[in-house]
Design a protein around this ligand. Structure first.
Ligand code: GDP
Ligand code: MG
Length: 319
């Protein structure tokens, strides 16, 4: 049995070739950590591709999410949050991944959080001054404001701090405003045939998506200390015909012995919970039965070691 998800199948598009008005293009989703970029991309796609959590380092890589219809194809590029003041190799990698999304896109969507403007937002705004393409500002999490007029001073502040082509208030949670976002994107992206074939939903391998699901559960289950020092490597990923299920072995890497104990939890309860939640999501992704085994190993200082980072998939090339 072969890999069911054809997300690595990049053959040239055959989407609706008769439609001479077909539109396609790239849209970069940028902003500081935690404003809801990944949640927004997933909502715009109607499918969960990029992992999300209340913790800042959830998205570490650039990831494409491709939305294809009869009439248009939008390739969203989700990015790690652009952040200040961090000097570890992993932080430099994340900023590089974020800023490289500025190149060769048709639209940049700068996501900010309603009512909250920080130094990090200002730093992203400064980078946007040199953009060659249109800039759309998405004010996300408006569901947090009961009275819409309470948002007006914030809109005014954005007006004073930033030059943009459109400002759209949205809620990724409630799916509100997302139809307007799509309409505005379609006003900008060029008339051309689809860039990717219609079953190509991301530039990332299934293996990568699985490691991200495990990492998401780690981020969500753990307290503040461990997540930044952890990463996930898929050691085995194969289909067992006799058992009619995927066998997946994932290795959770942490930086210190004490963190290993935290991840395992009392009587192994925490790692069991991480495994149960991850398995559910992986089954959804693969649309098949799954046996998932998790291990935890200490690898000191991996997040500030260029060679360790590269071997763990933190390279500027897509894996
Ligand atoms: P990113 O770091 O910018 O990619 O942010 P995430 O997508 O990981 O989301 C960060 C946090 O904000 C998560 O806890 C999300 O559940 C939350 N969030 C995202 N969108 C919304 C929204 O529309 N409303 C509210 N209230 N919370 C949101
Ligand atoms: Mg994210």
């Amino acid at each position: 049995m072969t890999d069911k998800k054809k997300n690595t199948d990049i053959e040239k598009s055959t989407v609706n070739p008769e439609n001479i008005n077909y539109q396609s293009g790239y849209v970069a989703v940028i902003g500081r950590p935690n404003v809801g970029k990944s949640t927004l991309m997933n909502s715009l796609l109607g499918q969960k591709l990029s992992i999300t959590s209340p913790k800042p380092q959830t998205t570490r890589h650039r990831i494409h999410g491709i939305h294809t219809t009869e009439n248009y194809q939008i390739c969203f590029i989700d990015t790690p949050g652009m952040h200040l003041g961090e000097t570890k190799s992993i932080n430099k990698y994340m900023n590089r991944a974020a800023y490289s999304a500025f190149d060769d896109v048709d639209v940049v969507m700068f996501v900010v959080e309603a009512g909250k403007w920080t130094r990090e937002d200002q730093a992203v705004a400064d980078k946007c001054k040199h953009l060659k393409c249109p800039l759309i500002v998405l004010v996300n999490k408006i569901d947090k404001f009961k009275k819409k007029q309470d948002l007006f001073p914030f809109f005014q502040k954005l007006n004073n701090n930033l030059e943009f082509d459109q400002l759209i208030p949205v809620s990724a949670y409630k799916n509100s405003g997302l139809d307007i976002v799509e309409k505005e994107i379609l006003k900008i992206i060029p008339v051309q045939e689809a860039i990717f074939s219609e079953d190509y939903i991301t530039d990332r391998s299934t293996r990568f998506l699985i490691s991200e699901i495990v990492r998401e559960k780690l981020m969500r289950e753990l307290g503040d200390e461990v997540p930044y020092g952890s990463t996930v490597e898929i050691e085995q990923f194969k289909f067992n015909d006799e058992e009619n299920r995927w066998i997946i072995h994932a290795l959770i890497l942490v930086e210190r012995q004490g963190q290993k104990q935290i991840v395992i939890g009392k009587k192994g309860e925490l790692i069991k919970r991480i495994g149960t939640h991850a398995r559910k999501d992986i089954m959804k992704l693969l649309d098949a039965r799954v046996h998932l085994e998790l291990w935890v190993k200490v690898k000191e200082n991996w997040s500030d070691d260029e060679r360790a980072l590269a071997s763990l998939g933190y390279t500027d090339e897509i894996t």
